[in-house]
Design a protein around this ligand. Structure first.
Ligand SMILES: Nc1nc2c(ncn2[C@@H]2O[C@H](COP(=O)(O)OP(=O)(O)OP(=O)(O)O)[C@@H](O)[C@H]2O)c(=O)[nH]1
Length: 306
């Protein structure tokens, strides 16, 4: 066997120099915060107001409560946090956004209940010395789902999002959104075929403005998921044994749905929810007989039809 001969490597410092690192240049600008120029806080005519300025794509662990199991979970939140600024103000103080997340979470998962996020956005506006603040947090929400016959559980998830808009004069506007996955079986295919019918995964996205009647006794994630799943041909399951698979297959055949049927049925459920003001429901079916998807959407504002 060939004997291993060790290389004589230069030191780490020498290696960095070998690959281009140089000595620091002369540094003459102040290093104390008080002596640094504060460009962001320059005031003169900068031509336009800005509607939203801040930071996006901030990842932070978040704590989510739910009516479904697990009743509390830690998941990953992706935040966007902004406020408006006036024409005479050059820039926002960006470090304050992430500083506030740390202040609220104290190094733990950030509690993203509606109450906590309402307090956060109001504080944020005050800390930025602006009239408004907007926060959006999106996160995968996990929920346990059991097989319909075997009752064997597994973990499903849906994409959830909360947007809180705080305005010093107008108060709060709260919008929540959930994208859940369902099974749809094609009614046309069932009608025309001697046997079988094509079916597919459908994605139902519901975006809802919450009314002032909303309180957190109601789990909005569960309510929206139920609106999508209870109207589908069948629900999606992580674990299915043969008796489960038989039930799900037959249930889908007994409840065929076009993409149009889905958005109308979900719209009816959202219409009946007293804590929903305005909603958009979109269904996109990943068609198993096409390369393209089928899509339908309804936007409805209860106030416009009062
Ligand atoms: N306004 C603005 N800031 C930026 C931009 N790009 C980076 N920065 C941020 O500028 C931040 C530092 O500015 P400030 O947050 O005003 O810091 P500061 O003045 O020391 O903080 P305060 O004492 O809270 O006012 C850094 O966190 C950078 O992320 C930009 O395009 N606009």
């Amino acid at each position: 066997m060939k004997e291993f001969s060790a290389k004589q490597l230069p030191t780490k410092e020498e290696r960095h120099k070998l690959f281009g690192s140089v000595e620091p240049g002369e540094k003459i600008k102040p290093t104390e915060k008080e002596k640094m120029p504060d460009l962001q806080n320059t005031h003169k005519d900068f031509l336009f107001d800005i509607n939203q300025v801040g930071i996006s794509n901030v990842k932070h662990p978040v704590q989510v409560s739910s009516k479904m199991k697990p009743e509390t979970q830690t998941t990953v939140g992706t935040f966007k946090m902004t406020s408006s600024i006036k024409q005479n103000h050059k820039g926002t103080n960006m470090s304050r956004f992430t500083e506030m997340i740390q202040l609220y979470s104290k190094g733990n998962p950030f509690d993203i209940s509606i109450a906590s996020l309402k307090a956060f956005t109001k504080d944020m506006a005050e800390r930025l010395e602006q009239d408004d603040n907007q926060l959006t947090v999106s996160f995968p929400w996990f929920f346990e789902r059991s097989g319909p016959a075997s009752d064997m559980p597994g973990m499903n998830h849906a994409d959830a999002e909360i947007t809180i808009l705080y305005d010093k004069h107008a108060g709060y506007q709260i919008t929540v959104s959930l994208k859940g996955t369902i099974t749809t079986l094609c009614p046309c295919s069932k009608e025309i075929s001697e046997y079988s019918a094509h079916n597919q995964r459908g994605n139902v996205t519901m975006t809802v403005d919450l009314s002032s009647e909303y309180n957190e006794e109601v789990d909005w994630k569960y309510a929206l998921l139920e609106a999508a799943e209870s109207n589908a041909s069948a629900r999606i399951h992580p674990v299915l044994k043969r008796p489960d698979e038989k039930m799900v297959t037959e249930q889908a055949y007994e409840n065929p749905r076009f993409v149009e049927d889905m958005v109308r049925l979900v719209a009816a459920d959202l219409y009946e929810m007293p804590f929903v003001n305005k909603f958009t429901v979109t269904c996109e079916n990943e068609e198993s007989i096409h390369l393209h998807d089928a899509i339908a959407s309804i936007t409805y504002d209860k106030a416009l039809h009062a």
